[in-house]
Design a protein. Sequence first.
Length: 383
Amino acid sequence: MYARQGLLVLATTATLTALALLDGRAPQPGLPLLACAGLAAALPLTLRNRFPLPGALLSAAIALLGLVIPGWQGRLVTMVMFGAAAYRLPRRPWLVMSLSIAWTIGYGLLVPQAFRGLSVVTDLVIMGVAPVAVGNALRLHGERAAQAARLDHAEAGRAMAEDRAALARDVHDSVGHHLTAIRMQATATRRALHNRAQATNRGQAGHAEAGDQADGGQVDAADRALSIIAELSATALREVRALLDSLREPPAGPALEGIEELARRLSTPHLPISVHRAGPAIPLPPTVAQTIYRVAQEALTNAARHSGASHVNVHLLRDRAAVTIAVTDDGHGRAGADGRGIRGMRERVHQHGGTLTAGPRQDRGWRVEAVLPIRQVGGQGAA
């Protein structure tokens, strides 16, 4: 820092001395006097950051004293100092402007008549107004650049927060669904094995054949549930890897036809899930199809986890204007009431200009319904 200040003072001193030597309008004093005057005029530059206005006033006084040296251009440093004061003092622009104009008028009155080469108005504009205007302009430009940088930083933070929320929502929707399905199937397996153990304990020699048939049915049910658990575990692992890959490239959304597979995964003997489709098979935009799939996934997961229902129905209706999905159950009326899953579904649906309602049914159970408009392009349903 001090090295830069020293170089600035030396460069300014050399410049002022050279300008005075090149001025041929009057006999020049000796080089030592010009160098000392240039050094005195350059020293206030060291005050431009911490004490800009006192430094400008000190420079103005030195410039007025330097009028005794013919052709000396110390006023250039004073102009720079007033520009620095305008840059550093944003709350007192009129004070800086007034002092600059006052100094310019005083300089114009005191300059010897033989060296007056400019009009009073030109002197006021160039020496008094222009440096302050330039300082203010540079300050405003710096403030705008800083504001733009802050906005960019805030926008980057907002985008990062949205990405984190979207990733958390995807993990909740996808992995949470598979873990719930695994839990449901594991519970069904334990129930089947428990029933088999009870039947074995109660079995008698006279009913051996009937007991063997019952055991065979329980074993088949347990084997089917374990197979589904293995499949769901592999699918959950693949989707976790896909979510991690989505941090690098956009993921491909699940197909709408996968709703039947969702129902099959979550269905148990105690909770059958039915899927009903209606309307023409109009192609949907990929993002709309993905949102419908995620709504079905979250609603079915909540129904299996929270509702205590004995049956769940999924109704999917498509027409040329919108696609509607409704998931209803006959449970006790609370299927993940307005938790993170419901908020995630609502955010997804609202991004497409749709509506989502979730709440208890009039008779019994819970209902989740989402309506998403289909934006047609060129008369087609595809995006």
